[in-house]
Design a protein around this ligand. Sequence first.
Ligand code: ATP
Ligand code: MG
Ligand code: MG
Length: 365
Amino acid sequence: MRIAILGVGQLARMMALDGIAMGVEFSFLKLPGEDSRCVDCLGSVVTAGPQDSCASLFEALGCPDVITTEKEGVDVDFYEQFSSHCAVYPSSRAVWISQNRLREKTFLNDQGVPTAEFAPATSLEEIAPAAERLGYPVIVKTQENGYDGKGQWWLRSEADIASMQGAEASGPWLLEKVVPFECEVSVVAARSSAGQVEVYPLAENVHRDGVLLTSVVPVESISQAQSDEVKRHITRLLQELDYVGVLSMECFVTESGIVANELAPRVHNSGHWTQNAVPAGQFEQHVRAVLGFPLAPPEMSGAAGMLNLLGVQATAEQALRANHHWHWYGKEVRSGRKVGHINVTAPNLLALKSALAKLQAEIYA
Ligand code: ATP
Ligand code: MG
Ligand code: MG
């Protein structure tokens, strides 16, 4: 079996690392100029030039059984073309919906999944009236291509619109009412081409400067009913999209219930803890799902967590203590860049949080 992945980053790397252990072969498609050092040792890397036809790329990729993606920012028409050669999972429709915040939130609401109130704006002039309608404070987000909190402006009042000067070309935007959340959680789930669905336990996520820093499982400050509600939501989305592969959803937990923030049609940074805490982590589960293999039930005992290495190295002494698992992406270390993570497991949440806090204090000293 062979899987070709669109993308050459750490998510592609970790998918391949798990798939190779199962005897699956991999190839990777990159855009000109993309650095493929994360995956160079894991399979052939093909560069998609502007003149290359889908048929010739399919052949260069070794005629894979499945094409999948590690990112939502792909040209969906290009992605869809592969479906005349092999299976394309997740579908281009699922990717198309999640790559635009307006389509995504509209879809979530249509499926009965609550989100922040939102309004689109196509020019800077439309921002003030839209914000007035929603009521300040609001967050303005680029509809496409934003990640790690980039392409966002927090507006407390009309005067703050001045902070968007120079951002004219980044539109269209989506305005969202600021959600007063108690904590942020995410859920990662998989559906196989045979229709089997498995949902991992929810993780509680903490961000630093808009970038995920830690994930912790189980989530302390959420009721069983709320956790079940999130799992029901993602199961409905998987079924409605006839989805194949891993799908992730970030949510806010508020006093008045669960509010979905965004979808990722792929494995997710907040699901990295699964690598060392359940029988099959999200990367293996994705490989199983797209190849139509049985999914592994996400049974877990005790607690698990993850610390992202953002522009920092860790020593083996820090990263390889008992119940600590070091994942390094082979990238050049640059300020703030995701270069690796450490997963930690513990018998209970208290022990987990204490181990994670110790690790974080040492690494970010
Ligand atoms: P990611 O890297 O997760 O894809 P992103 O750039 O797509 O991030 P969001 O996840 O939408 O951006 O927002 C980044 C963070 O900003 C959220 O994790 C949350 O902390 C905060 N945030 C976003 N939208 C809202 C909102 N409507 N109300 C309150 N906080 C918000
Ligand atoms: Mg996002
Ligand atoms: Mg997010």
